[in-house]
Design a protein around this ligand. Structure first.
Ligand SMILES: C[S@@+](CC[C@H](N)C(=O)[O-])C[C@H]1O[C@@H](n2cnc3c(N)ncnc32)[C@H](O)[C@@H]1O
Length: 280
C-alpha cells in the first residue's frame, strides 16, 4: 500500500502520539512497509482509513499492533561490547561501593529501558553472575521495560535461536548461561531470576519507577525528536540515585543535553553521571 498525498503527516502525528517516535519525511517507506500489511489485513483501502480507525475506534489491540510494527527492535547480546566492559569493571563495582556507603551493601537496582527482546537485561545479569558467584544471596534486581508487547513476550520466554545467541561479543557467556532445549537456547534460571519485565511507554509518567543505580537507555533516543529526547532525559535523571550512571547507545550522546550530565570514558565506552550541585 502506498502513501497518498497528505497521509504521511497524519500517520506521523499518530505514531508520535502513540510512541513518541518521530518519523521525518524520509521515513514514509517505514509506514508503507510496516503499517501497510496491517492496514490491508483489517480491510483499509488506504492509510487515511487506518488513521481514522486508530484515532476514533479506540481499539487498544490495533494501537499496540501498530506500535509493535513501527518501532525497531534490533538488538543483540552484549551489543557494542565496550559498555558491558565499563559496566563490569567500573560502573557496577562503584555502584556497589556507593551502596555500601549508604548502608545497603549487596543491593543494586538496574533499569534496561527499551529492552526490546531481553538481550540487554539478561546480558547485564550474566555479567553480574560472572562478577558475583553468590549473587543469589545479594539483593540485585534488573528491570527490563519496553513499549512493545510482542518484544516483551519474547523477553519473558527467554528462549532464543542459535543464530540469535551466536550474535554476541562474549561467546563464553553464551556457553555458560543457556540451557539447550528443543525450542532453542533458554536463559538459565539463575540469570532469569535477576530480571523482571514490564510494559512501559517512555512517554508516560515514570512515577513509581526507580530509584536506580544504573540505567541503560540505549538505542532508543535516536527515534525521538530533540524536544522529546531532552524531556525524557530529565525524567530519567529523576529515576537515578545521586551516584547513578546512565548508558546510552554508542551512536547517541548527551552533548546537547546541557550541563546536567557529566560524561566519563571507561573501557572505551562513554557513560554519564548526573551533575550534582556542589555544596559548601
Ligand atoms: C533498537 S531497540 C534497542 C534495544 C536495546 N536497548 C539495545 O540497545 O540493543 C529500541 C527499542 O525501543 C523501544 N521503544 C521505542 N519507543 C519506545 C517508547 N516510547 N517507550 C518504550 N520503548 C520504546 C522499541 O520497542 C524497541 O524495542
Amino acid at each position: 500500500m502506498q502513501l497518498r498525498t497528505g497521509e504521511l503527516p497524519l500517520l506521523r502525528t499518530l505514531v508520535q502520539q502513540l510512541a513518541g517516535v518521530h518519523l521525518d519525511d524520509s521515513k514514509g517507506y517505514l509506514i508503507e512497509s510496516r503499517l501497510g500489511p496491517i492496514a490491508q489485513r483489517i480491510g483499509c483501502a488506504n492509510f487515511n482509513e487506518l488513521y481514522f480507525k486508530l484515532r476514533y475506534d479506540a481499539d487498544p489491540k490495533l494501537a499496540q499492533e501498530v506500535v509493535d510494527a513501527i518501532t525497531t527492535h534490533e538488538t543483540n547480546w552484549f551489543r557494542d561490547g565496550a559498555p558491558f566492559d565499563a559496566f563490569q569493571f567500573k560502573v557496577a563495582p562503584e555502584s556497589f561501593d556507593a551502596r555500601g556507603r549508604l548502608g545497603t551493601p549487596k543491593k543494586l537496582r538496574i533499569w534496561s529501558a527499551a529492552c526490546s527482546t531481553g538481550q540487554e537485561p539478561y546480558g547485564i545479569a550474566m555479567v553480574l553472575c560472572d562478577m558475583i558467584p553468590d549473587i543469589a544471596t545479594w539483593d540485585v534486581q534488573i528491570l527490563g521495560t519496553d513499549i512493545s508487547k510482542s518484544s516483551l513476550e519474547t523477553a519473558e520466554k527467554g528462549v532464543y535461536s542459535t543464530h540469535d545467541v551466536g550474535r554476541t561479543q562474549r561467546p563464553q557467556a553464551m556457553q555458560k548461561y543457556f540451557d539447550q532445549t528443543p525450542e532453542g537456547a533458554r536463559v538459565k534460571p539463575a540469570v532469569r531470576k535477576l530480571v523482571t519485565f514490564r510494559q512501559l511507554n517512555l512517554m508516560d509518567s515514570l512515577t513509581g519507577i526507580g530509584p536506580f543505580d544504573i540505567v541503560f537507555l540505549r538505542n532508543v533516543l535516536i527515534y525521538f525528536d530533540q524536544a522529546t529526547k531532552l524531556k525524557l532525559l530529565q525524567r530519567v535523571r529523576s529515576t537515578l540515585m545521586p551516584h547513578g550512571w546512565l548508558f546510552v547507545g554508542s551512536t547517541e550522546n548527551l552533548n546537547d543535553a546541557g550541563p546536567e550530565w557529566v560524561p566519563q570514558t571507561h573501557c572505551r565506552a562513554i557513560v554519564y553521571q548526573p551533575n550534582l550541585p556542589v555544596r559548601v
